[in-house]
Design a protein around this ligand. Sequence first.
Ligand code: NDP
Ligand code: MG
Length: 378
Amino acid sequence: MKTINIFGSTGSIGKNALDVIRRNKKNFEVLGLCAHSNTDTLCAQIKEFSPSYVCVVDEKSAEEVRHLTKKIKLFKGENGLRDFASVDCDTSLMAISGISALRPLMINIEHAKKIALANKESIVTAGNFVLSKAKKFKTKILPVDSEINALYQFFALKNNFSKVYLTASGGALFNYKPKDLKKVRAETVLSHPTWRMGRRITIDSATLVNKGFEVIEAHYFFNLPYENIGIVVHRESTVHAFAEFADKTLFACMYPPDMRMPISFALNYPKRIDALKASNFKGRLSLSFQPLKRGQFPLLDIILKAALRKDNSLVILNGCDEVAVEHFLSGKIKFTDIYKAMNYIFSHYKSAKLKTLDDVFYWDAYAKEKTKEYLRAL
Ligand code: NDP
Ligand code: MG
């Protein structure tokens, strides 16, 4: 039985992970659960999984779970999150969204034997810091993001690949003409054709910022040069990635678009457990692939350009996107204003090297402030 701590248990990935655990009760003991402020969902999870530790980052909301935590250690606030991240365990799932995952992740690397990493912003903004610390502490980091998880599955076969292709569903607006994007509503963008995910990543899937982030994840996790990471449009999301081996044979990793699959792989690794008896390929075996048209997704182009710069630009763009997407979701700006903000910030930022983790947080705060200013003035 392995002890597990879940960061972001009330989110889309967190809930899927708890379902994987619910179906494998004999393999896991839920040691800790952590959320920001969704105490309704958290209370139900505490009752079902009886953790020993609970963390609620929003201090006011923490009081709403206190009645359930008589025998449980309750952590609250940002300091509480640091303490929660310092609890020793066999496995952690890092499924906090956004750059907020970075600090607890860096601490947790010292305390977990293995981390299933769903959060991608930590790799996009601080890939070198995260992976070198994991190496130093001999903490295994397994990617949960389905495309990168698929590549990890090839990697685990110990057969070297030098080139990969990530698949992209194209998101909710794939067939929209640029002139129709201005009027698009949040509900439309949130209705992803194949995946059910959290709100920000669903919007990022429509702009393909998300695919850009995955290219960066692939670069860091497998040490691949950017020119060897391709993207193929695959509307069905059944093939998650292709790996090209030395003899040019292409391997495809397939499973239904259900995040419980890569979560189960990452949590159970190196074992494979049939976690989802209900999942199958019914109706999903008619597959199509097409090249991605360059220029169709300008934000993907910006992210890929930034990735080559090896400076603070990805931190800047992630911060900008985090703010712009939040503004779009709360109805303050149009969908196309996300593009405008990213373009503006990318053409006006000051390039700097990231020497320490503090630099990452400095440029993140800078980008968020500049983006808010820009959006206010629109
Ligand atoms: P959600 O928005 O659904 O969930 C986010 C979770 O993080 C919630 O539990 C939320 O708590 C918690 N949280 C948010 N901010 C903070 C904070 N400052 N401190 C502590 N906890 C916080 O996101 P997803 O589950 O969709 O995504 C999580 C991560 O996984 C993201 O980085 C995403 O890019 C990545 N990912 C997600 C995929 C998916 O299918 N959903 C696929 C691949 C990667 P509360 O509910 O209380 O607000
Ligand atoms: Mg993905």
